[in-house]
Design a protein around this ligand. Structure first.
Ligand SMILES: [Zn+2]
Length: 111
């Protein structure tokens, strides 16, 4: 993902409408790009400063964004782990059926 794409993802990221793969690429880019990180931080800060009852300091805001990013990174990892698990299960189920059929055929043939 380049900076132009990342900038476009800031809004959907905060709205939580990015696909897991996009979110992963976005977070990867943000981690390595100071400019885009600052853009995200600014948008995040503006959005949250209106909602909080007591004013959060910039440091608190940074901490809140950091927590949010870490949670999302864990979420993306969890998503891939689940997908891998499902794929492994489907593969296992497929081969179980194939082996069961093969065994069944041998029984039919030898009878
Ligand atoms: Zn960038």
């Amino acid at each position: 993902m380049n900076c132009k794409e990342a900038m476009k993802c800031v809004r959907p990221y905060l709205d939580r409408t990015l696909e897991p793969r996009q979110e992963e690429e976005f977070l990867e880019h943000i981690r390595g790009c100071r400019e885009c990180y600052e853009e995200l931080e600014l948008t995040f800060t503006l959005e949250h400063s209106g909602q909080q009852e007591e004013d959060l300091s910039i440091a608190d805001m940074r901490g809140a964004l950091e927590d949010d990013m870490e949670r999302r990174e864990d979420g993306v990892k969890m998503f891939y782990r689940l997908m891998t698990g499902r794929y492994a299960l489907a593969t296992l189920a497929f081969w179980s059926v194939v082996i069961a059929l093969a065994v069944q055929f041998r029984i039919w043939i030898t009878l």
